[in-house]
Design a protein around this ligand. Structure first.
Ligand code: LLP
Length: 412
């Protein structure tokens, strides 16, 4: 469900014509719908309303501080993976007791920064990290609340780059190591083990891997209890998929029901870290056709957005629906939609049937709200796009387009 719809023959973002935004702010342009964000957040969060929980939006999916503020105003906490994301979450006014910190390589300064802020907990991913957090907390005369990220060795059946809960992945600790780490955590002065965490992957389109992981984690939780290790939080990470194309991921309500049913009697407070399911369909990327070019083997549509703006197609061969902002009903042709970057890997779609579009026309790439702008770069010294947030009939720039001065500002 999202608020990008065709009305009177053209695409609207809520009540604003996309064409008008493109004219005013230029292209490539990220456009977000504030009602879609709110709708997704509420639908997800309320799916867990029967149990104590905190929905921590995964900042990496869409990191703009204005978006974080919007979600924060609806009660969201944040899942962060760097000092930079902590900075953003705090700048957005997120209460530190609603922030959880994951990631395999937290540095000394980042741990300090998070302890100073007073975050809810660290999701610890190795023995060395546990020791380091204990020593930083000791230096600061504080106690760090932690969860251990257990790796349940479950196949999430998603793209290998975004699978995280398999034995061979760099994330978390296997169950045996986790037990040792909990025992060690009990001994360490600067550490209070308060939770257990797992995140098995992203863009999951079936419920079974979640259930398998949860069942393994709950069995492990029983083992912890029998050892006298009493925790209060269960963090299930993120990972729920969205329909980019033909996928039919489980609805958050189903996910919420299945999870709540399994943990309702445990007394555990649930932490969730959704990113894509909140942000994915809340944003589009609008681009202008710069040229069309027919070669003996291919038709190319060359647009002004590129892999530096949206890397997902190049990196994961992922599919984003592409449609005209003002459809003209022309017959389809099979085309590659490509950007201006000097790499053959720079494409937004390959072998796609699209209506024959012409120079100067606008195209919208859907489902670009998650891992779109947040993964963008300046490669080929391209200026990063502007981001605009629409709310009803008003639109405001929440990140201005970069300038040439921005490009060299840090190099003088
Ligand atoms: N929690 C942890 C510990 C994570 O590593 C992730 C995503 C999330 C939560 C949020 O997952 P989500 O609900 O968004 O699936 N760039 C890739 C996705 C990378 C996901 C990394 N971790 C893409 O564009 O598909």
């Amino acid at each position: 469900m999202h608020h990008f719809e065709y009305r009177n023959g053209e695409l609207y973002a809520e009540d604003v014509p996309v064409r008008q935004l493109a004219r005013e702010y230029g292209t490539p342009l990220y456009i977000y719908s504030s009602s879609t964000f709110a709708h997704h957040f509420k639908a997800f969060d309320s799916a867990f309303s029967s149990i104590p929980h905190c929905t921590c939006f995964s900042v990496k999916a869409c990191s703009n501080v204005n978006i974080l503020r919007l979600l924060g105003s609806l009660g969201a906490g944040m899942d962060i993976v760097s000092g930079g994301e902590l900075h953003r979450a705090l700048a957005a006014g997120i209460p530190p007791e609603r922030i959880v910190y994951s990631g395999v390589g937290k540095k000394h300064a980042e741990i300090r920064q998070a302890l100073e802020a007073g975050i809810l907990m660290f999701n610890v991913e190795s023995m060395q990290e546990l020791e380091r957090i204990a020593s930083v907390a000791g230096e600061m005369h504080l106690v760090a609340r932690i969860s251990l990220r257990v790796n349940p060795d479950v196949d999430p059946k998603t793209h290998p780059y975004i699978s995280t809960g398999l034995k061979k992945n760099k994330f978390g600790l296997d169950l045996e190591q986790s037990l040792k780490a909990y025992r060690r955590a009990q001994e360490l002065d600067g550490i209070e083990p308060v939770g257990i965490d797992c995140h098995i992957g992203s863009q999951l389109t079936s419920i079974e891997p979640f259930i398998e992981a949860l069942d393994r984690v709950m069995r492990f939780y029983e083992t912890l209890k029998s050892e006298g290790i009493n925790i209060t939080y269960l963090d299930l990470g993120g990972g729920l998929g969205i329909p980019y194309h033909a996928e039919e991921p489980p609805h958050p309500v189903e996910y919420g029901r299945v999870v709540s049913e399994r943990i309702k009697d445990s007394g555990l407070t649930l932490i969730l870290e959704p990113g894509r399911v909140i942000a994915g369909n809340a944003g589009i990327l609008v681009t202008e056709v710069v040229y069309t070019k027919d070669t003996p083997s291919k038709h190319f549509v060359i647009v002004d957005a590129a892999m530096n703006d949206l890397v997902r197609p190049s990196l994961y061969q992922s599919y984003h629906r592409i449609a005209e902002v003002q459809p003209k009903g022309r017959p389809e042709r099979n085309v590659d939609v490509v950007g201006p970057i000097c790499e053959s890997g720079d494409f937004l779609a390959q072998d796609r049937d699209l209506p024959g579009v012409e120079q100067g026309e606008l195209l919208a790439l859907f489902s670009a709200g998650a891992y779109g702008f947040s993964m963008s770069s300046q490669y080929n010294s391209r200026l990063r796009a502007a981001e605009v947030l629409v709310e009803g009939s008003t639109a405001r720039v929440i990140r201005r387009r970069e300038t040439y001065a921005d490009l060299t500002a840090l190099e003088e």
